[in-house]
Design a protein around this ligand. Structure first.
Ligand SMILES: Nc1ncnc2c1ncn2[C@@H]1O[C@H](COP(=O)(O)OP(=O)(O)O)[C@@H](O)[C@H]1O
Ligand SMILES: O=C(O)[C@H](O)[C@@H](O)[C@H](O)[C@H](O)COP(=O)(O)O
Length: 184
């Protein structure tokens, strides 16, 4: 089964692109934000960036969901910031599969990679202007800089593609769809 994580900083378009992609493919969509515990939402709403300790249980929960869906034969799109390499490792392998959070050597580089990470990337100014217009969301635009500071863009040997967030959503979705169809 195919597991896709649409990743990027707050406001990069994960929910918008992920929802449309899942609709077009007829796959199940999960919104990562829906699984943040109340303390995390409260912190973010107060303009306080999350720490590793705040994010790890949340990522473990999302890992469990992905593995459960995979085992039941369900292809899935998950919208999740997945800002650091170790966070992506946890989504893929669970916390136990990423022995030391500070020692990337522990990661099993030879293990087959199941998840395709789709990184929505673009300039901070454009994302900030989109966030200023977004309504009814707990995440304040003031946290955008800290999201960029935390971001470790995916790089080899991770299984990923980078897609520009500057294009219209329909074009971005078609680009990802074409890539997926070429793979599976
Ligand atoms: N390609 C795009 N072009 C124009 N607006 C976009 C695009 N992608 C997302 N948006 C808008 O930007 C805002 C943030 O998108 P959203 O999907 O909520 O991002 P995220 O889930 O990554 O936080 C939303 O108001 C959305 O409508
Ligand atoms: O890891 C994090 O700091 C959060 O997951 C964050 O990246 C996420 O973006 C927020 O939950 C806001 O939600 P949006 O991404 O939808 O703005």
């Amino acid at each position: 089964m195919v597991l896709v994580v649409v990743m990027g900083v707050s406001g990069s378009g994960k929910s918008t692109v992920g929802t449309l992609l899942a609709d077009k493919l007829g796959w199940k969509f999960y919104e990562g934000d829906d699984y943040h515990p109340e303390e995390n939402r409260k912190k973010m709403a107060e303009g306080i960036p999350l720490t590793d300790q705040d994010r790890i249980p949340w990522l473990c929960h999302l890992h469990d969901i992905l593995m459960r869906e995979d085992a039941s034969g369900q292809s899935v799109i998950l919208a999740c910031s997945a800002l650091k390499k170790v966070y992506r490792c946890i989504l893929e392998n669970g916390e136990a599969g990423c022995q030391s959070l500070n020692n990337q050597q522990e990661e099993k580089e030879s293990a087959p990679r199941k998840i395709l990470f789709v990184h929505l990337a673009g300039p901070i100014e454009l994302i900030a202007s989109r966030l200023e217009k977004r309504r009814g969301h707990f995440m304040p635009p003031s946290l955008l800089q800290s999201q960029f500071d935390t971001l470790e863009p995916p790089c080899a040997p991770e299984n990923f593609i980078t897609v520009s967030l500057e294009k219209p959503v329909s074009e971005t979705v078609s680009e990802i769809e074409r890539h997926l169809r070429s793979l599976y």
